[in-house]
Design a protein around this ligand. Structure first.
Ligand SMILES: [Zn+2]
Ligand SMILES: [Zn+2]
Length: 226
């Protein structure tokens, strides 16, 4: 009992465990996880290393526009933000959904994006059994609550794909193509939610499925962009 004494005396920083008066993070953790406000492509979220400047659509998006209109994200997949996402996903620390969902919603709000429905990226059923939860569903629920948009699990994974982490970029594109189908979403603006966007291959496959099901617009919300 004594060991837990501090646990209920005050809020804890979700990054380092320090006691905080309010909010999710202490001042130091907040400083080390700033929201990315410049030097990224507003379309795909790609971060331009070293380049300071306003958000600018990248060459690749101009040449070959992705099936979504925007990617909202809090920051790069590195440092303390990466550690929080790893703790959520691989250590199953569901309590972190609060701070990470808040970050995602802040990023969405800052971009002024609007949706009729929030759709989380589904997991393969065996992955769900292994982990016990789908982090995209948990984050999507936070976004839904904050923005007042309903969340619907409209996407189904129809093909069990190889684990993404082991594959190269080109292999990922091939691997997830046609991996999802969507329930009808005629005329709706859809926010696709995932924890991280890496190559964008999964988001692409989801957006294609949603567009094929009649979506008027698809955009993506993630916590971090790799
Ligand atoms: Zn902290
Ligand atoms: Zn881009």
């Amino acid at each position: 009992m004594m060991g837990n004494w501090g646990a209920w005396r005050g809020r804890r920083c979700q990054g380092c465990g320090a006691v905080v008066a309010e909010g999710w993070l202490c001042a130091q953790c907040s400083r080390h996880m700033p929201r990315q406000t410049h030097s990224f492509c507003p379309c795909c979220g790609e971060i331009r290393a070293g380049a300071a400047g306003p958000p600018l659509v990248c060459g690749r998006c101009r040449l070959d526009p992705p099936p979504w209109s925007a990617v909202a994200f809090w920051g790069g997949y590195a440092g303390p933000l990466r550690r929080l996402l790893v703790r959520l996903k691989f250590a199953g620390e569901l309590g972190l959904v609060g701070v990470l969902g808040w970050m995602m919603a802040e990023a969405v709000q800052a971009r002024g994006l609007a949706a009729d429905v929030v759709v989380p990226v589904p997991m393969r059923p065996s992955g769900l059994v292994e982990r016990g939860f789908n982090q995209s569903v948990e984050l999507g629920r936070m976004l839904s609550r904050r923005m007042g948009w309903p969340m619907r699990q409209l996407l189904t994974k129809i093909r069990d794909t190889e684990r993404q982490a082991r594959l190269s970029c080109a292999e990922r594109q091939v691997n997830v193509g046609g991996a999802f189908v969507s329930a009808p979403v005629s005329g709706l603006r859809v926010a696709v939610v995932d924890d991280i966007m890496t190559t964008g291959a999964t988001a692409r496959a989801c957006a294609w499925a949603l567009k094929a099901a009649g979506a008027r617009e698809v955009w993506c919300a993630v916590v971090a962009r790799a």
